[in-house]
Write a protein that binds this ligand. Structure first.
Ligand code: JD8
Length: 378
């Protein structure tokens, strides 16, 4: 593969991985100074923006001439920009199959838009962003793109299988935690399963760790079916009360661990109390393989849809089931309600993270050790 990078000061490209790829002949890498395509004494590459505004814009002419020389119809022009499509492992893998990439690194407020518009009629152009934050230029992004693409070049990775187990690899899960010697360090031990040599149990543990991490940190990556196979979510029936009482007690015991000073009425509720609360508002229950594994209730208070009793069986937590139930009960918010609200333990940080990811924001205390979280109804 040949890669041309404009403009030039990308010495880091000489080091590390691209350097190794060059030495192994897999990569033909060239970096160029855009000023080589200027003709004025000051070698000017920028000018003031049409329409006014702060900063400078990169002139089209040097870019046009550079691409006339460096690119042709087989080229893919990659232009890092905060307004680009997300640069992902999938896109990196696609680009790794291309013959020639030109990566155009902008500076200042960006490159005159006509450069990309003109190129689109002549070659494949990808405007990409490496993340939802703002850099001062495209160079760092070019480094990211080059490294992510080059390491996928056929023949580059010593053991290509390891690519599958990586985050964002073919499993779509985040990678599992890794350990090496010593097996005990500063009082922290390596998980026994990794020392026992039972490869089937190690593989199962690693997969479970990957699913838990992904649900915890990137539930957006989890395909609903990965959450928990064939979840059936329906409106509660009186006959569910018994299982609900069991689930409730299990979940609230857990809540006492992270909120030791909070009075947990639900812990001492009886079957009759359960029948009472499922009689108010709308309660959804989730079943997996016929087992009641989750629940959530919504009740209307004036313009607020009051969400509560969100429970997930302890052995199935961390797999997105809570998000699933939260999303379902949100959808049932009656017309005329403008806000969604819920209460949770001040110590229930994991729950709060799930609610924050779902758009809820803390709205102060709702009593000793209990916080109120809410969000506008969509
Ligand atoms: C290229 C100029 C700076 C951007 C005014 C700050 C990518 N994920 C990303 N964040 N930022 C970039 C990026 C920023 C760039 C250029 C990429 C060229 N700038 C500009 C617009 C606002 N300044 C990026 N990929």
């Amino acid at each position: 593969m040949r890669i041309d990078v404009v403009p030039s000061y990308l010495e880091p490209l000489e080091l590390s991985l691209p350097g190794k790829a060059r030495r192994s002949g897999l990569l033909d890498l060239h970096v160029h100074d855009l000023r080589n395509w200027t003709h004025d004494r000051h070698r000017t590459v920028d000018d003031t923006p049409y329409g006014g505004g702060a900063g400078m814009v990169m002139r089209p002419e040097p870019w046009g001439e550079a691409l006339d020389v460096l690119a042709d119809a087989t080229t893919t022009l990659v232009v890092p920009t905060p307004s680009g499509i997300p640069f992902t492992q999938e896109l990196a893998a696609e680009l790794a199959g291309h013959e020639h990439l030109v990566i155009g690194c902008g500076r200042y407020e960006g490159i005159d838009q006509r450069v990309v518009d003109h190129a689109r009629d002549r070659m494949d152009v990808r405007e990409v962003s490496i993340g939802d934050y703002v850099l001062n230029g495209g160079e760092a992004a070019a480094l990211v793109v080059v490294e992510a693409v080059v390491r996928l070049l056929p023949g580059f990775m010593g053991n290509p299988d390891s690519l599958d187990e990586e985050s964002h690899g073919s499993s779509g899960l985040l990678e599992y935690p890794v350990y090496t010697k010593p097996d005990s360090w500063r009082g922290l031990d390596v998980p026994d399963v990794l020392l026992a040599g039972d490869h089937a149990r190690i593989a199962a543990w690693r997969h479970d760790q990957s699913v838990r991490r992904t649900a915890e940190r990137r539930p957006d990556l989890l395909h609903p079916s990965t959450v928990v196979d064939d979840v059936d979510v329906r409106v509660v029936q009186p006959g569910d009360a018994g299982e609900l009482l069991t689930l409730q007690r299990a979940c609230w015991v857990q809540e006492t661990w992270s909120n030791p000073d909070v009075e947990m009425d639900a812990l001492t509720e009886t079957l009759a109390d359960v029948h009472a609360w499922i009689g108010e508002g709308t309660t959804l229950v989730a079943h997996v393989a016929g087992r009641l594994v989750g629940a959530v209730r919504g009740r209307r208070h004036d313009d607020t849809w009051d969400i509560g009793r969100l429970m997930v069986a302890p052995d199935l937590q961390g797999r997105g089931l809570g998000r699933l139930l939260l999303g379902r009960i949100e959808e049932l918010a009656p017309a005329g309600t403008t806000r969604l609200e819920l209460l949770t333990g001040a110590g229930s940080l994991r729950n709060q993270r799930i609610y924050k990811r779902a758009g809820f924001r803390q709205r102060g205390e709702a009593g000793p050790g209990v916080v109120r979280m809410s969000k506008p109804r969509r």
